[in-house]
Design a protein around this ligand. Sequence first.
Ligand SMILES: Cc1ncc(COP(=O)(O)O)c(C=O)c1O
Length: 379
Amino acid sequence: MVPETLAPLRARPEGRALRGEIDLGRIAGNLRRLHAAVEDRGILAVVKANAYGHGAVPVSRALEASGAAGLCVSSLEEALELREGGVRAPVLVLGGLRPEALTLASAHKLTVALVGPENLEDYARLLPEHPVSLHLKLDTGMGRFGFLPAELGPCLEGLLRLAPWIDGVMGHFATSDDPDRGFADRQRATFQACLAQLKDAGLAFSQVHHGNSDACVKGLLDGDTHARPGLALYGLTVLPEGRSLGLEPALSLIAEVARVKTVPAGTTVGYGRIFVAPHTLKIATLGCGYADGYRRDLGNRAVAGFQGRFYPVVGRVSMDYLTVALPPEVDLQAGDPMTLFSADPAHPNSIERSAQLLGTIPYELTCGLHRRMARVYKT
Ligand SMILES: Cc1ncc(COP(=O)(O)O)c(C=O)c1O
């Protein structure tokens, strides 16, 4: 039987030689740079998915203290985590909420996206007793959440009943990373036409927002009072021009060497024996694996940094360990730190370069970092 006193699994930096180092000063700096880039529109900072793997509460508190107008999450659980962590800023639940969650949302002063006609009746019944601020979501071309333009006319009466609680209106770009702005421009035009229709009907909005990080970088914010960036706050970008804002990556992933051994030519390393030492090598075993969020397909592809040089991650990445091969003359000991993800975007093991290596996006790598991994913060 499990003793009742056994604490739930919690990251313990002192017990495990793997840590994400997160520079909250850089996140605050990125917020400042974004503020300047969006000409001082308010920033509704996107901190869903554990702040893109950086740690929801510490990141949100830093953003709140640095002047973010609000924070955006995707679910009730994520919103409550922020409130329990002491965040007082407005928290917008982007994915909307079922009517049965409104009582809790109201008690914790959450802001809720109104994501479609299906909720109009229930919300009108519940909001007088359980008020929440609403942001009306319009589907201008993303095809997921939001009222379609054609749905607005038939829903106007229902929307007007909710007018006392509707403070904001929002959309979301589907192709903001595409060098061809055609579809983004069409989404913007659709958004403006919907806004005009809603305003004519008597609805007013104090917050209007359609733009994510790419829209901030590219200036696709015409008519918006606020911007809604996520990735750029963490200093990451998928745009070639994204670095022009001077964004600084906030996260590096450091693993201390658990064991070092020197192996002769012909030795195979790890599951499946997919790496064979071509000559004598030092093999460093690091306590980081795919269960921590370090992707299995980085094995035999990625590099790890040590004292300014980079060495190949060899063999299969396993659940809790990975292996790095170094020339025998490198002076490396158990306990030495190696950098698996570098916060320098020019390094071959930066998050962006690692994502390119895998044919994916930086979002997937940072969001995938498991909660069991210790996160260490500096300001
Ligand atoms: C509705 C919504 N708004 C804003 C963002 C932030 O996007 P980005 O991280 O590209 O800035 C996201 C991210 O997925 C989102 O789903």
